[in-house]
Design a protein. Structure first.
Length: 240
């Protein structure tokens, strides 16, 4: 899915991408970035590839952070898993809170860019004086679909371009399952429940371990649900 999106984004005009996303420093741009992350059903590796392409098309650093946070937290498969494990109430709370976290990250990172602590997106800066259109999004999409090439060769080229632009992530896809399997084999579930309790130390340890463990969102869901249900620490389950 990510390879397909990356290939497609190569063929979508920057003007259309930015019309859909809005500017990162505006309220519309902040909310749209978080909402787009929720709607993109991609794992952390997939959203990394797509987010990088959005960044190349002019998205702000804050919008990129929103994609990287909200999309892995809200894939369709993960949502179904969480509903089964922890119920509708907590699942909806996690979805809503992930959007809140995404919005906060947009604001923080864009403020850091404005203060020149972090560099601005050079792809945006280089084209900020380029002429833009005020055409609504829908007519732009219709025109793009009419002009698109649907031949077998065009589809092959699209997938090949997406594959080439995604190569940096694939090596970690091989490493991730090896580390995740080792953790599952050698660290008992009881250990998680004991260490990740509803304390400041438990929250800190949760953040440390969640940063180190290399698993996809679906892979981390059972552990997060244990932290919430058996460890009685929902505040630790969300960051995990």
């Amino acid at each position: 899915m990510a390879v397909l999106f990356v290939g497609l984004l190569d063929r979508i005009p920057r003007d259309l991408v930015m019309s859909a996303l809005g500017q990162g420093v505006t309220v519309k741009g902040i909310v749209r970035a978080a909402f787009a992350g929720v709607m993109l059903d991609l794992c952390s590796h997939g959203i990394l590839m797509v987010g990088t392409k959005f960044y190349e098309r002019g998205a702000s650093l804050g919008q990129l952070r929103a994609f990287l946070i909200t999309s892995p937290c809200n894939s369709l498969s993960l949502t179904i898993i969480l509903i089964i494990l922890i119920g509708w109430g907590w699942t909806l709370a996690f979805v809503a809170l992930s959007m809140v976290i995404g919005i906060i990250m947009v604001i923080i990172f864009d403020r850091l860019v404005s203060a020149k602590v972090l560099p601005a997106n050079p792809n945006n800066a280089a084209e900020q004086n380029a002429p833009t259109t005020n055409t609504p999004i829908a007519p732009q999409i219709v025109a793009l679909l009419k002009q698109a090439d649907y031949s077998a060769k065009a589809i092959d080229d699209l997938l090949w371009d997406g594959l080439k632009d995604s190569r940096m992530v694939f090596r970690w896809l091989l490493f991730g399952p090896l580390l995740a399997t080792s953790m599952r084999a050698f660290v008992p579930t009881d250990t998680y429940q004991t260490l990740f309790g509803p304390t400041i130390a438990g929250l800190f340890l949760t953040l440390v371990v969640a940063t180190i463990i290399k698993v996809c969102a679906e892979g981390s869901a059972p552990i997060a649900s244990d932290i919430l249900t058996r460890g009685a620490a929902p505040g630790n389950g969300l960051p995990f």
